[in-house]
Design a binder for this molecule. Structure first.
Ligand code: ZN
Length: 697
């Protein structure tokens, strides 16, 4: 039974102003990024000095600070990232949020005492995935936003890792960490905090709404108790790019809800005025997908945010919130300086001592009641008086202003003490790596979305990957015919882990032991069953440290991220065999909602990939996978990537991967054959990011 006793209100702090708004509106914790390596590159973020002040400000007030370094990191960025984390450990922050597998592997070694949270960018959506990360040292998992409450509950029941879930804010169409759309169209990678919000542009599915990639914002603010019941210990508000008024409104409403009160309806209405996309949705937590989840920002949405609303919301954080319980004790004795001591729950204590002595009272002596009333006045400070006592000798008098001064001084000193925590030990790991040298000539592997696409040329491949759900009879027949078959585990299987486990163990009994995993949940199941592990492109491997971690986990090979340039791919070290995608319509999004299902016909027509059309008339095939046990949808790029005529420029790789998605068996054969001759037969194609790379932050 892993139901947390309370839910933490976790607020975004994209700037020092938003941080103050969050804390004053009642956040238990905030998450923020430094000036680099943060998934919201265009939020203002914090310089090192601002970060130090932010941590002191929050710790003084009993608020936790989670530092986001949740982007993919290039090899050359790791030394600076670690230097930054050394600084973060000196403050120290309360936890680090990571996406990059290599950074996780390194920081575990460098600072084993630093709590690590798996960013939602790690795409964790299954019980085994969460459990695997917990066993690898992750203290908390930020769940994928696509999960239903009952799926969250299953994850909570599976292991004691802390679960954090989004409670309010924007929803991406793609599973976070699996979106390559903005990167492929313009080099602005969502995995680098540079998302250009491509999905908010008009994209039309047949019979759809015209904005078939744009989801409404999530709101579960009034239902935090249901999140708690589902095993969630932290309710995360999205919006590091949003203004302080928004942060304050969302935080204040969540505070009320987390405290078991119905949120003020006027506050909720102001929150909606400040930002919404045609209202809100709870489609994912309720497990009700479909067209009602979609929406765009309308004129009414934009004009709702009047200056009157902003002024009202500003009132939520104009003043300090008295929140830290404190005990106060006053001593007034003849011939001794007056002493006020303040003590918090964490055992800090501070004293303020007067420079004058109490005098014998001429008129009315100081009495207990008046003394207590005076020292309890903690309004305007972060403190809330829990208990006040005084030891008072009769017949003495002191100025009331002295009591006020002592109270302020004692509380200031206590705040100062609370602000400083013991640094977390950090020892810099070695990052010396030399580029990998392949032991053999370049092998070819091919992924086929279905067994019908398999062509005779594929027999010469090192491995051909077929989807796990390919009928066993087909797998057996193809193997009989001499095809070297491996099983591609699904890139997403929300709620379908038991099916994946069953299908894989049935196939392993028949000798199919090679597995391709494109997410950590699949890795976890494959490891559990003792399969041979191969890492897929969507594990987002962009540095040697990530490859080293896979080596530790006994992977047999790994595909590198297609967000790297060829040059960056060639420079990676490590021993594990690795390869790159050299052909295919890259999946630019991985979705739980099928955009084609926005048509009244639903997914009926998804057997023939429907096309999603953008403003310029480019068509993106929608590849919708529907099996009995799991379902997901990939949006494929409008043009295939190819390196057919650039073979000689592929260096440092053991293999290349062909990803066949919508091609027929004649086409797959031609494409495999023409690679050997180094001929590019395509007139419309892309090189992806292999030459241009990421746009710089
Ligand atoms: Zn569909």
């Amino acid at each position: 039974m892993l139901t947390p006793s309370s839910v933490e209100v976790l607020s975004p702090a994209g700037s020092p102003e938003s941080l103050e708004a969050a804390v004053r509106a009642g956040a238990d914790a905030v998450y923020l990024g430094g000036s680099s390596f943060s998934a919201r590159a265009s939020a203002k973020n914090f310089t090192d000095e601002q970060l130090r002040q932010a941590v002191e400000y929050c710790h003084g007030r009993g608020v936790k600070v989670y530092l986001t370094v949740n982007t993919l990191l290039r090899e050359d960025e790791l030394p600076a990232a670690l230097k930054f984390l050394e600084f973060a450990c000196s403050l120290p922050v309360d936890a680090l949020l990571v996406q990059d597998l290599g950074l996780f592997w390194l920081i575990r070694k460098a600072a084993p005492q630093l709590p690590i949270h798996a960013s939602t960018q790690m795409s964790i959506h299954t019980p085994a995935g969460a459990k695997f990360l917990y066993e690898q040292g992750m203290e908390r998992v930020v769940l994928a936003r696509e999960l239903s409450l009952s799926e969250m509950r299953e994850i909570a029941d599976g292991c004691p890792v802390e679960l954090e879930a989004f409670v309010h804010g924007a929803l991406c169409m793609s599973v976070s960490g699996q979106c390559y759309f903005s990167a492929m169209l313009g080099g602005r990678s969502g995995n680098r905090g540079m998302c250009a919000q491509t999905c908010r542009l008009p994209f039309s599915a047949p019979g759809g709404t015209g904005h078939d990639l744009s989801l409404r914002d999530l709101s579960m603010i009034t239902r935090i108790e249901e999140l708690r019941q589902a095993g969630v210990c932290s309710a995360k508000i999205e919006g590091r790019m949003k203004r302080p008024e928004y942060v304050a409104a969302a935080t204040a409403a969540c505070r009320q809800s987390a405290d078991g009160l119905p949120p003020d309806p006027f506050l909720l209405s102001d929150l909606e005025s400040v930002f919404s996309r045609s209202g809100f949705t709870s489609g994912y937590p309720d497990g009700k997908l479909g067209v009602s989840m979609f929406g765009t920002r309308t004129k009414e949405d934009v004009t709702g945010a009047t200056s009157a609303v902003f002024a009202r919301l500003h009132g939520l954080y104009r003043e300090e919130r008295s929140r830290v319980p404190v005990d106060l004790f006053l001593t007034v004795k003849a011939g001794e300086p007056v002493c006020l001591s303040a003590q918090d729950e964490e055992g800090h204590s501070a004293q303020a001592i007067s420079d004058i002595l109490p005098e014998p009272a001429v008129n009315r002596p100081l009495d207990q009641e008046r003394a207590l009333a005076q020292i309890q006045k903690t309004g305007g400070t972060p403190f809330l008086c829990r208990e006040a006592k005084c030891q008072l000798e009769d017949g003495l008098s002191i100025p009331i202003s002295l009591l006020n001064r002592l109270r302020r001084e004692a509380l200031d000193k206590l705040l100062e003490q609370r602000a400083h925590h013991t640094p977390i030990p950090f020892s810099a790991p070695c990052l010396q790596e030399t580029p990998h040298e392949p032991k053999q000539s370049l092998a070819i592997r091919a992924f086929f979305a279905s067994a019908e696409q398999v062509c005779p040329e594929a027999k010469d491949c090192e491995i051909i990957w077929l989807p796990l759900h390919t009928p066993l009879s087909q797998l057996l027949r193809l193997r009989e015919e001499g095809y070297p078959i491996g099983l591609a585990l699904p890139r997403a299987f929300f709620g379908g882990e038991d099916t994946v486990r069953r299908l894989l163990s049935e196939r392993m009994e028949q000798g199919f032991i090679s597995t391709w995993s494109g997410n950590l949940g699949a890795v976890a199941v494959a490891r559990e069953l003792g399969a041979e592990l191969h890492g897929g492109f969507s594990l987002n491997i962009t540095n040697t440290a990530s490859l080293r971690w896979l080596e530790d986990l006994h992977f047999s090979s790994a595909e590198l991220s297609f967000e790297l340039t060829l040059e960056q791919c060639a420079a990676l070290g490590g021993d594990i065999p690795r390869g790159i995608v050299a052909y295919g319509r890259l999946p630019v999004m991985l979705c739980r909602n099928c955009p084609a299902a926005n048509s009244p016909a639903g997914c009926k027509n998804c057997t023939q990939p429907p096309l999603l059309r953008d403003r310029k008339g480019a068509d993106f095939p929608v590849q919708c996978t529907r099996t009995g046990g799991y379902r997901y949808t990939e949006i494929l790029n409008s043009v295939p990537l190819t390196l057919h005529d650039r073979k000689r420029e592929i260096r440092g790789q053991d293999f290349v991967v062909f990803r066949f998605t919508v091609e027929n068996p004649v086409e797959t054969g031609n494409i495999l054959r023409s690679f050997t001759s180094g001929e590019n037969m395509l007139s419309h194609y892309t090189r992806g990011l292999y030459y241009r790379g990421w746009e710089q932050c």
